[in-house]
Design a binder for this molecule. Structure first.
Ligand SMILES: NC(=O)c1ccc[n+]([C@@H]2O[C@H](COP(=O)([O-])OP(=O)(O)OC[C@H]3O[C@@H](n4cnc5c(N)ncnc54)[C@H](OP(=O)(O)O)[C@@H]3O)[C@@H](O)[C@H]2O)c1
Length: 197
């Protein structure tokens, strides 16, 4: 498949771009030098001709929700049917029913991005669109550097997946593999899914 990765030099985008290339896909790696993710016209120009787009951006001034809105406009115009948006885990729900991002214990250094990511999910969910989007939530805290084990679980849900010890955790390698599996299998249509062991 022809897969574009927006944010391909970033922490998660580079893991996804590497996994896609290793599986034999044709990968277009995009960063700020090639595309302005918050601008629909720029996205349309950069993304036309691709089968799927993975977006892994982070930035100031509401970059993440503005990117979600721009993608909803740009992708149908570009003829791109498939989007996987690398999201946040802070909008997953704690056992209390509260979003992790709304807890006073949420790490303050991640608050702005987590709220931006929660807003992006709401924008995608509210859209009236035929676009096959998926929003991926990593564990709220423990998305950790590491390779692929192939043992992860991926499920459409609004609460974290936890292991037998009650921990929600996954490596970047397995997270990237879950993104490629979702693209190749066409799964999680207009859904948020989360990935963990
Ligand atoms: N546990 C969690 O909830 C969790 C953990 C990790 C990440 N995340 C989420 O995953 C996303 C990606 O994180 P990351 O750590 O991979 O980010 P990162 O390493 O900071 O990479 C962000 C990428 O976005 C690109 N970018 C920023 N603004 C852009 C714009 N306006 N137009 C085009 N490209 C732009 C940058 O391009 P350049 O290369 O040109 O600078 C960079 O490659 C974030 O939104 C973050 O919230 C969530």
């Amino acid at each position: 498949m022809r897969i574009a990765v927006v944010g391909a030099a970033g922490n998660l985008g580079s893991a996804v771009a590497g996994e896609a290339a290793a599986r034999g896909h044709e990968v277009t790696a995009l960063g700020r030098a090639e595309v302005e993710a918050t601008d629909a016209a720029s996205l349309k120009e950069a993304l036309t001709g691709h089968d799927a787009v993975v977006v892994a951006v982070k930035g100031p001034e509401r970059t993440v929700p503005r990117t979600a809105a721009a993608l909803l406009e740009a992708l149908p115009a570009a003829g791109v049917a498939r989007l996987v948006f690398l999201g946040g885990g802070g909008s997953l729900l704690a056992p209390s029913g509260q979003r992790f991002v709304d807890s006073p214990a949420f790490p303050p250094q991640y608050l702005e991005t987590a709220l931006d990511q929660a807003a992006a999910l709401e924008i995608l969910r509210a859209a009236r669109t035929d676009l096959h989007w998926s929003y991926v939530s990593p564990p709220p805290v423990h998305l950790v550097p590491g390779g692929k084990t192939g043992t992860y679980r991926a499920q459409a849900r609004d609460t974290p997946l936890t292991d037998a010890a009650g921990e929600s955790r996954v490596s970047t390698g397995d997270y990237a593999a879950a993104v490629l599996d979702a693209i190749e299998q066409g799964s999680f249509r207009q859904q948020r899914f989360t990935v963990a062991y």
